[in-house]
Ligand binder design. Structure first.
Ligand code: SF4
Length: 430
């Protein structure tokens, strides 16, 4: 079971590979399982409560099958460490995100009834072991770095994922070739702040150079990346995408707040004007690129004037879409200690206003795409299972009628209707 971000989804692929090597197969039914590993997240306190609830729910299966092994991995384990066993004593092992390669050894011990709690040390990347079990042969992730040194005041990640460590280029290239051999056609380079890739490496390499090198391999036709940080996002990255063949034209650049006062309190280390200039450069060099962002509403001390500046930025920059979040206190972060917390009803009213405005913009942008033809990679069925679903290079979701033989293939689709989140299309017969 996986909770949390793409980093966790990718970590779960690696965990699954180890589990399979230990001789296990996968089942959808909990009652059939002899090993359950929960890969956890602690970004929000609500997620933490849900996870502990889930792990407690598993207690009855342990009672029914005393040989069942229950393990926990990920950020919540790293945060709670040994205290975790007090909350969920029926768990057999618990490890942080940097100890995944120990899983085969830990499972062996767990089978003998020996419990294990992680050492929670930071580790370098260790090459071969980072290759995960590819679940969809056409789409995967490649982690290029781990940890984060930015300490945004609302975020727990640097405390649980450790310092920023970039992976050596040679290891990345090796994994990239492995994914290509597995048939992957769409890869996302992952990191908490991919734009600062290269810091601390012996080789003089930065993120733009990394993308250029992978692009030149010409092995995987779609290369994406996430997540970017505006303070490190630069013109060289935009130029790499513009001149590249396989680098996708989607930029997700979280701005978080449209007020310099709030950005300072968030410790984001850029100003609104600096952010605007970067977006203007993207628009100038990549006019067809999709731009998306993350926004936090109701950060401590956010006045109506601060919030109106966020609204203005959204109206001025016209993002294709935005992930909007209500600020919630995360114990252990600096912002949790701020005294000027915003009342819940104010936050709710503000986010509603923001979502309404962004929805209108998203629909207006997507309506303008009607009649255009896009080459999309078909990823599977939509959630109703009635249509196929795929993505454009710019990360727009397109649904259209077709049969399963198209899954994993590139197809030209004409957009017939632009909606808020998705585009409805029809396959072009060539
Ligand atoms: S850049 Fe900021 S928000 Fe992102 S992981 Fe690091 S501390 Fe958290």
């Amino acid at each position: 079971m996986t909770y949390g971000c793409q980093m966790n989804v990718h970590d779960s692929e690696i965990i699954k590979k180890y589990v399979k090597e230990c001789g296990y197969d996968f089942t959808e039914k909990i009652e059939n399982a002899s090993l359950i590993i929960i890969n956890t997240c602690c970004v929000r306190e609500s997620a933490e409560k849900r996870i502990y609830g889930r792990v407690n729910f598993l207690k009855k299966f342990k009672y029914l099958n005393p040989y069942l092994i229950i393990g926990m991995a990920g950020c919540l384990v790293q945060k709670d460490k040994k205290a975790l066993f007090k909350k969920v004593p029926h768990v057999d092992f618990a490890i942080g995100p940097q100890e995944i390669s120990k899983i085969p050894e830990i499972i062996k011990e767990a089978r003998k009834g020996i419990k294990y709690i992680g050492d929670f040390k930071e580790r370098e990347f260790i090459g071969e072991s980072e290759k995960g079990l590819i679940e969809h042969p056409y789409q995967s992730w490649l982690s290029i770095m781990k940890g984060c040194d930015n300490y945004c005041s609302y975020c727990i990640v640097p405390y649980v994922r450790g310092h920023e460590i970039s992976k050596d280029y040679n290891i990345i290239e090796d994994e990239f070739k492995y994914l290509a051999q597995c048939g992957v056609k769409d890869v996302t380079l992952l990191g908490q702040n991919v734009n600062s890739y290269g810091k601390g490496l012996e080789e003089n390499i930065n993120f733009a150079e990394l993308m250029i090198r992978l692009d030149k391999q010409d092995l995987i036709p779609r290369i994406r990346f996430m997540t970017s940080h505006p303070k490190d996002f630069n013109e060289a990255i935009v130029n790499a995408i513009k001149n590249g063949k396989n680098l996708c034209d989607h930029i997700h650049l979280p701005f978080q707040a449209g007020s310099d006062n709030i950005l300072k309190k968030m410790n984001r280390k850029y100003t609104v004007n600096e952010y605007i200039k970067k977006i203007e450069f993207v628009r100038q060099e990549l006019p067809d690129a999709a731009l998306t962002t993350d926004i936090i509403v109701g950060f401590p001390g956010e006045t109506e004037e601060d919030f109106n500046q966020t609204i203005k930025l959204v109206q001025d920059l016209r993002f294709d879409s935005a992930h909007t979040f209500i600020y919630s206190i995360r114990t252990g972060t600096k912002a949790a200690e701020f005294e000027d917390q915003i009342p819940e009803e104010v936050k709710k009213e503000r986010i509603k206003r923001l979502i309404d405005i962004q929805n209108d913009i998203s629909i207006e942008i997507n309506k303008k795409l009607e009649g255009k033809i896009y080459n999309i990679l078909v990823e599977g069925r939509d959630k109703n299972k009635t249509r196929l679903q795929g993505r454009t290079t710019s990360n727009k979701i397109v649904v259209f009628k077709g049969d399963d033989s198209l899954i994993g293939k590139f197809v030209d689709v004409k957009i017939i209707e632009g909606l808020h989140w998705t585009l409805i299309g029809e396959k072009i017969n060539v």
